[in-house]
Design a protein around this ligand. Structure first.
Ligand code: SME
Length: 151
């Protein structure tokens, strides 16, 4: 599916009045199914008042990393920096939490609500160097849409 069509699908999912959890799950599934190099797609959100991320919905192999302290790994760094993080080769990272030897690259985009970093989308790929500006653009769009689910 083309990225433009995928964006339409994301809007359809957000507008379908299902609960937030089902919407997030469907977004994970569609991204992983439609984009060949997306092997794991998940959402992490700030865990209440704690300085940590908690895994919400995901699509792909279950991970033991359901809680990630701020500052740890790529996800924890994005929680503090409020900036997207594109890692085309995870072997070059020191502060990285591995979710399996198959994972070669990762992209994490923060989700903002009223200017506050509330969580992120995290994508793992089994390919080296797979992410381009169009992935970034699509995922920023997804995060903006997901933000509208939070009040
Ligand atoms: N690799 C991530 C941990 C989460 S998993 O990819 C699902 C990180 O370094 O933060």
């Amino acid at each position: 599916m083309k990225f433009s069509k995928l964006k339409d699908e994301i809007i359809r999912i957000i507008d379908n009045n299902a609960n937030k959890e089902d919407n997030l799950k469907e977004i994970c599934n569609i991204l992983r199914t439609e984009i060949s190099y997306y092997d794991w797609v998940g959402f992490y959100f700030k865990n209440g008042e704690k300085e940590e991320l908690k895994l919400a919905q995901f699509s792909g192999k279950p991970t033991e990393h359901t809680i990630i302290p701020f500052g740890k790994g790529i996800c924890g760094q994005v929680a503090l920096s409020n900036k997207k993080y594109i890692v085309q080769d995870v072997s070059e990272q020191d502060n990285y939490i591995s979710c399996g030897i198959d994972v070669k690259s990762e992209i994490v985009i923060p989700i903002f609500k009223d200017g506050k970093n509330i969580g992120q989308i995290d994508i793992d790929s089994h390919q080296l160097n797979p992410f381009s500006k169009t992935d970034e653009e699509l995922l920023v769009f997804v995060c903006d849409q997901v933000s509208s689910l939070y009040f």
